[in-house]
Design a protein around this ligand. Structure first.
Ligand SMILES: *[C@@H]1O[C@H](CO)[C@@H](O)[C@H](O)[C@H]1NC(C)=O
Ligand SMILES: *[C@@H]1O[C@H](CO)[C@@H](O)[C@H](O)[C@H]1NC(C)=O
Ligand SMILES: *[C@@H]1O[C@H](CO)[C@@H](O)[C@H](O)[C@H]1NC(C)=O
Length: 507
């Protein structure tokens, strides 16, 4: 990747939600360039040995795109990568990995969920690079050997609730530093926010999860680290991160940078290209480029990746769903305030005691769907998330309070689903009172059409939730029909993430 594409640093960056400064440049290449990893200090290379076998947990590194970026790049910004496993531990550095097409064809789904383990015969890893022979052979483990099973149990991306710590590393070089001081980062993440309005990534997660996921700081707060080299001496952002990790470990006598927090946020100075932010799906670390270090959408989005969420698509655009946090981002430090779409909320599990599973193949029926924003006002018969046949997820996207900044489908019923073979989701539409979602003509091979119609909208008050009355069924709607009250709420508490165990495949 090229250097010299410095950010436009302007004082007006955080003026308002709508004040977005556009820049056109290549995001790919930041932490997504195989060239940068493969051309590390070549003197650390050696000839291959017969017993060179490297085990990797395979994931994708997702890069965030600015909402005003060139959208034609959007489909290139997931880089399949190796988290090397040596001596039964995951190493800190993540390297791009080219897998054979056959492996990709069969295993894309588990790669996207960061749960595929591969042994590469004819590969080794050094301090700063992954070296793979042209003649490498790949073996995929789906039935994990004992030591990998232990690692799997320890995987740190599987939590979505609890009180967890964020390690923050502020990185400077001899000639460049992030625009935010360590004190600003600390206040902007854990304190009252850069704009002094209380809006931070920590407050947003706490509100969106109704206190189920709380991020706290570590004892040492923001780690300010300076590498004794110029910014131009690093070929890429990942080269800089690699050098910083080495220095942190040496200075602190720790064996892994992962020990700095449950998740570790790295704030990089300008000068490594014009990427915004990135993180490995199901990995503990996220990277932010200069002003993106305090972007609310950037921080929430990348932490979403570390908890295994993929991008939210819409109309075939990978980042197109901006109703929630897993689509395009903005640089603003204090907005837009929004949460996650229905499918992602299902995976995060925060509303599991207000998630109703519906089988539409019985006759059409009307359900009261409260908005998740009023979760704390619901009773046990008022779901905030409806799971239709484990395939379609309904949520009332009320634009108020901590979701007041939702950027589309405001105050509508949203229908989301998972994107096949990825960790991502797709927004299928937003519907107001009287409108119907009826695009699925052969629901789960029933040869019947799924019909989801918004019958009515209900305004809540200080003690009752805003809600929609929604008819769900096949080939028809029950809006306006008299029906028996359903006094048996069927809430499900299942999680969507299921790690599959299949047999070992040799390629
Ligand atoms: C998902 O993967 C399966 C098996 O790997 C494949 O048969 C299917 O066509 C894929 N679906 C999509 C939409 O890519
Ligand atoms: C930084 O690097 C320069 C040149 O390589 C060297 O002269 C200097 O002593 C180094 N400073 C520190 C603090 O290590
Ligand atoms: C709020 O709305 C509920 C349901 O419509 C109603 O039972 C309750 O009396 C209302 N409470 C207030 C304070 O208006």
């Amino acid at each position: 990747m090229k250097h010299g594409c410095l950010f436009l640093v302007a004082s007006s960056l955080f003026a308002s939600n709508s004040n977005i400064i556009a820049y056109a440049s290549s995001v790919r290449g930041a932490l997504a360039s195989s060239e940068s990893e493969m051309t590390g200090s070549s003197n650390s290379r050696r000839p291959f040995a017969a017993n060179d076998v490297l085990t990797c947990r395979v994931t994708v590194v997702g890069t965030m795109l600015d909402i005003n970026d060139d959208r034609s790049q959007a489909n290139q910004d997931e880089q399949i990568s190796c988290i090397p496993i040596v001596d039964e531990k995951e190493l800190d550095n993540v390297f791009p990995l080219d897998l054979p097409a056959k492996v990709l064809a069969v295993h894309m789904s588990s790669i996207e969920r960061a749960s595929l383990y591969v042994a590469v015969k004819g590969a080794y890893v050094t301090e700063d690079q992954l070296v793979v022979s042209d003649k490498a052979a790949y073996e995929v483990f789906n039935e994990l050997p004992g030591h990998l099973r232990r690692l799997e149990e320890q995987r740190r991306d599987l939590f979505t609730t609890g009180t967890k710590t964020l390690g923050v590393v502020r990185i400077s070089t001899t000639d460049a530093q992030p625009m935010f001081s360590a004190a600003q980062l600390e206040d902007g993440i854990f304190g009252n926010g850069l704009k002094n309005d209380g809006v931070t990534v920590v407050s947003q997660y706490e509100e969106c999860s109704f206190g189920k996921l709380k991020w706290g700081k570590t004892r040492e707060g923001v780690v300010d680290i300076k590498v004794n080299q110029s910014i131009k001496s690093f070929k890429s952002a990942s080269d800089l991160v690699t050098a910083v990790q080495k220095q942190i470990k040496a200075e602190r006598g720790i064996s892994t940078v992962a020990s700095l927090g449950d998740k570790v946020l790295m704030c990089l100075p300008p000068g490594t290209g014009s990427w915004a932010a990135s993180a490995g799906v199901g990995h503990w670390r996220a990277q932010f480029n200069n002003e993106w270090c305090l972007s609310l959408t950037g921080l929430v989005h990348e932490l979403g990746h570390t908890m295994s969420l993929g991008h939210s698509a819409e109309d075939g655009i990978e980042y197109g769903d901006v109703s929630g946090m897993m689509g395009y981002g903005r640089r603003n430090a204090n907005g837009p305030r929004k949460c996650f779409n229905g499918y992602n909320n299902f995976r995060l599990g925060w509303y599991s005691d207000r998630t109703m599973k519906v089988d539409p193949s019985t006759s059409p029926r009307v359900y009261k769907l409260a908005t998740f924003v009023d979760y704390d006002k619901t009773n046990s018969k008022e779901p905030v998330l409806i799971n239709v046949g484990d395939e379609y997820f309904l949520q009332y996207n009320r634009a108020k309070a901590f979701n007041s900044g939702t950027e589309e489908k405001q105050n509508l019923l949203t229908v989301t689903t998972d994107t096949a073979n990825t960790s991502g989701s797709t927004n299928l539409g937003g519907f107001r009172s009287g409108e119907t979602f009826n695009k699925v003509s052969n629901y789960q091979s029933s040869r019947k059409r799924l019909v989801v119609k918004v019958c009515d909208q209900i305004s809540g008050n200080g003690s009752s939730p805003d809600a929609l009355m929604v008819s769900i069924g096949l080939d028809g709607s029950a809006c306006g029909q008299v029906q028996q009250p359903d006094d048996k709420p069927s809430f499900s508490i299942d999680k969507a993430i299921i790690l599959t165990a299949a047999k070992t495949t040799k390629i």
